[in-house]
Design a protein around this ligand. Structure first.
Ligand code: PGA
Length: 314
């Protein structure tokens, strides 16, 4: 059977009006063009769809059947169009984003701006640890992930978009708080509060101290940056945290950043998805948005800092 959607559309219009002239007017076609489309459809189906009784045309039994299917096909096509529009984010697309807990200190502000730009998009944000992020990527249950280190052994596309500086924090009255250019060796056997296993901050910290041959003492282990900050303020030890997490504590002078040589540890944030994943329009838009937005911010920050970056890459 060889027929076209166009023929079905013309047939449905004629069947609705039971009049070629009115159908032609609605379709912006000439009457012979309409008749020809109907004839071609009848040939393709091998049955007459209309019969002429007196001056009027009527649907045949086959015509009534064909009309039911023609309408169903057009309904399905309309539905497909709606679904695709949703997927494209044109009306009511969805962004499923999962981020490492530390990223939650800057992601909401970016999401605010994104949402102002794409108000039709519904956002679902999950804040979780690295282990869960890896599982979500492996199981393909998320559009995009924001993490501190792209996974090894999983085929992903990862774009670095912003620096993540890790610093050591203490209370303002800590003996090291006023010292300058403190050598790392001074931290030997110092008590540090540490994040939970599976935290990107924790593994970067362990790698850093072991690469520098410094042995620290592990104090309280806590499952969030907030708990580490509270613990440090309570005098339970030092903490190594992303600079992004301590704006308020620095402003309120509850914590200070120690001036340690070889610090900060400079890591990066990555936006990650499975390679070859067909991103929804909403996710694609967010990926482009975050790369552009932070590119501008990073460039401005670098300009204002000049070339005095003394931090080493890690
Ligand atoms: P996290 O941060 O420590 O909150 O897991 C992610 C990372 O820095 O890799």
């Amino acid at each position: 059977m060889h027929l076209t959607l166009r023929q079905l559309k013309v047939f449905e219009t004629v069947a609705r009006h039971l009049n070629y002239t009115r159908a032609a007017r609605e379709l912006f076609l000439t009457q012979p063009a309409v008749s020809m489309q109907v004839r071609q459809l009848e040939e393709a189906l091998g049955v007459p769809l209309f019969e002429q009784l007196g001056k009027r045309i009527h649907l045949t039994e086959a015509g009534r059947e064909a009309l039911t299917y023609a309408r169903a096909i057009h309904l399905q096509l309309d539905e497909l169009e709606t679904v695709l529009n949703h997927l494209k984010g044109l009306s009511g697309g969805r962004l499923r984003l999962s981020v490492a807990s530390t990223a939650n200190y800057f992601i909401p502000a970016l999401l605010g701006e994104y949402s102002r730009r794409y108000p039709q998009v519904t956002i679902s944000l999950e804040v979780t640890n690295r282990e869960t992020l890896l599982r979500q990527l492996a199981e393909n249950t998320v559009d995009l992930v924001i993490m501190g280190q792209p996974p090894d052994g999983l085929d992903v596309e990862a774009h670095a978009f912003m620096e993540n500086r890790l610093v050591i924090v203490a209370t303002p009255n800590h003996p090291l708080a006023r010292e300058k250019r403190i050598p790392l060796t001074r931290l030997q056997d110092t008590v540090f509060l540490v994040r939970e296993p599976g935290s990107g901050t924790r593994s970067a910290m362990e790698r850093f101290f072991s690469e520098h041959g410094v042995r620290i003492k592990t104090g309280m282990e806590a499952g969030s940056n907030e708990a580490i900050k509270q613990g440090v303020q309570a005098g339970l030890g030092l903490g190594l945290l992303s600079r992004a997490t301590i704006d308020q504590e620095l402003a309120l002078k509850r914590l200070v950043v120690l001036d340690i040589r070889d610090l900060p540890i400079i890591r990066h944030w990555y936006v990650v998805h499975r390679r070859g994943k067909r991103l929804s329009a909403a996710a694609q838009a967010f990926k482009i948005f975050i790369l552009e937005e932070t590119h501008t911010a990073t460039r401005d920050m670098k300009r204002s800092q000049g070339k005095s970056a003394k931090a080493r890459r890690h």
